[in-house]
Ligand binder design. Structure first.
Ligand code: KIV
Ligand code: ZN
Length: 531
């Protein structure tokens, strides 16, 4: 690819620094490419694994959010990863799809096999360049690393129309060595060179200076997309990414909710809203439809079981909540007094009461559309039935309730081996809790009774007896979706079997039912992944 437009017809950042600069500007702003790695680096976060269906769901949401590239996985890591990349490549057409590969032929071949059905495939080759990684991890000399990077990028470029090369641990590498390696991989056919701060070690001024140095001293860089990939070990991933943009970088790699290895990656929503809110300072924008940020964040939280901290910038529950009277007064007089961006700009649903048990299907469908969700007729049938059940139990159904129904729907509606049919709990502070639980196993009822240290313990023990497979509960959380006592409870459960961690979610106005559903979902997830 060397044209002013890429395979998707999107003006290509590769041309930004070169001849095609005019094609890049939207109202005189540089367009920064957003490379989303939620499904690869994000999924590497402990306890954040997703199954095929969930990954596809997230990929479709990212496409609708209009990210420029989705890194769908690491094809050689497992047959499951391979299949996810392949399915996403086949079904998500309006965005570049990347797969990660180490700088070895088997990885590159496997990435290409998974990607070959994509509309715009990208093989992402990486190799470490820092002294510590070369000596202790790779056991290679700098010359060997240089040669290997060049050869493997040439191999990838002989297969795929677009190749990205990452110098792993770039921020702890020798700058001149980096420029030499980047120059060689560009000559070998890479379109993008990525500068990762793999261990989150850099600080903004230093990282910006490094990007500027690479851009000044790498042969052939004027035609390249210069990307950055920052980790958040010191809480600086977003600041470092933005400093890199100021220094001339044209792509940011990031994840929804900042998920990722250890402390995570740069958070997409923070990067995007910083560029948008401070557009006069950065002189940049993205292709994102930022109004889809909030719902994408909720979806990723739902499928990974990783809650968003309440004071998280942009998407946290408190991000637009004004508590102090003086702030509330200011916002009522003029929202700009304390709001630098509007909730609507990221698609936060209004908190008003919307529907009740007399609301019909039409009103429900309209509300869902107003909230920006798209559903098939079949999905709508399931959701409407759920809404009716909820409206029977709860006086008013708010947008937040509906949003929770939509998010959890991803995990709950998927048919699994087991389904909760009913349970009875006998519990109190002076008796031993007893639970009778009936599950349907492929439609056939199976029932068990157990006692336990409280109702949840008794219920989980009864379910364990039905399932008869050994695993460990690693996490269980319960939170109220809305404020009143008839609020829906949202339960999240994580279980571990061997090296795998599987999550499940459940929602109900009855917190024990939410808990049982979450537990059964996690078990289904585990059994399905095993198979
Ligand atoms: O953090 C890192 O260096 C990576 C590379 C594979 C890009 O994730
Ligand atoms: Zn990373």
């Amino acid at each position: 690819m060397g044209n002013t437009e890429d395979a998707l017809g999107v003006p290509c950042a590769r041309t930004a620094a070169g001849k095609g600069k005019e094609a890049m500007t939207k109202d005189d702003k540089r367009i920064i490419r957003i490379f989303d790695t939620t499904l690869r680096d994000g999924e590497q976060a402990p306890g954040c694994s997703m199954n095929h269906q969930e990954k596809l769901e997230v990929a479709l949401a990212l496409e609708a959010l209009r990210v420029d590239t989705i890194e769908a996985g690491f094809a050689i890591a497992s047959p499951g990863d391979f299949e996810s990349v392949r399915q996403i490549a086949k079904q998500v057409r309006d965005v570049r799809i990347a797969s990660l590969a180490r700088a070895v032929p088997a990885d590159i071949q496997r990435a290409w096999e998974a990607l070959r059905g994509a509309q715009a495939p990208v093989i992402h080759v990486f190799l470490a360049t820092s002294p510590i990684h070369m000596e202790y991890k790779l056991k290679m000399t700098a010359d060997q690393v240089f040669e290997r990077a060049r050869e493997m990028v040439a191999l990838a470029a002989s297969l795929a129309p677009e190749v990205e090369f990452s110098a792993e641990d770039a921020s702890r590498s020798d700058w001149d060595f980096l420029c030499k390696v980047y120059g060689a991989v560009l000559a070998a056919g890479a379109a993008t060179i990525n500068i990762p701060d793999t261990v989150g070690y850099a600080s903004p001024e230093e990282f910006g200076a490094m990007v500027a140095y690479v851009m000044k001293n790498t042969p052939g860089i004027e035609k390249a997309v210069v990307s950055v990939h920052c980790h958040n070990d010191l809480g600086l991933a977003v600041a470092n990414s933005l400093a890199a943009v100021r220094a001339g970088a044209s792509q940011i790699e990031c994840t929804i909710n900042g998920l990722g290895e250890r402390a995570g990656n740069a958070s997409l929503e923070e990067v995007a809203m910083a560029l948008k809110t401070r557009t006069e300072y950065f002189g940049c924008d993205t292709n994102l439809d930022t109004r889809r940020i909030y719902r994408t964040s909720r979806l990723v939280s739902a499928v990974t079981g990783a809650p968003v901290q309440i004071n998280k910038a942009v998407v946290g529950q408190n991000a637009f909540a004004h508590e102090a009277g003086i702030h509330q007064h200011g916002v009522m007089a003029n929202a700009l007094t304390y709001e630098i961006m509007s909730p609507e700009s990221i698609g936060v649903p209004r908190k008003n009461m919307v529907l009740g048990k007399h609301s019909g299907r039409h009103a429900f469908e309209q509300r869902i559309q107003d909230m920006g969700f798209q559903t098939t007729r079949e999905e709508l049938d399931v959701l409407f039935a759920r809404f009716k059940e909820l409206a029977d139990r709860k006086r008013t159904v708010t947008d937040r309730d509906i949003e929770a129904l939509m998010g959890v729907g991803v995990a709950e509606d998927k048919p699994g081996l087991y389904k909760l049919e009913r349970f009875v709990i006998n519990s109190g502070n002076t008796i031993t809790a007893t639970a009778t639980v009936r599950l349907l196993r492929e439609g056939v009822p199976v029932e068990q009774v157990a006692t336990g240290d409280g109702p949840v313990d008794a219920m989980f023990t009864a379910i364990n007896r039905i399932v008869g497979v050994k695993f460990t509960l690693t996490d269980y959380t319960l939170r109220a979706v809305t404020e009143a006592t008839d609020a829906q409870g949202e339960a999240t459960v994580k279980i571990r079997r061997d090296a795998g961690i599987f999550n499940g979610r459940g929602i109900s106005t009855d917190v024990l039912e939410a808990t049982a559903k979450a537990y059964v979902n996690a078990i289904n997830h585990m059994l399905e992944t095993k198979e």
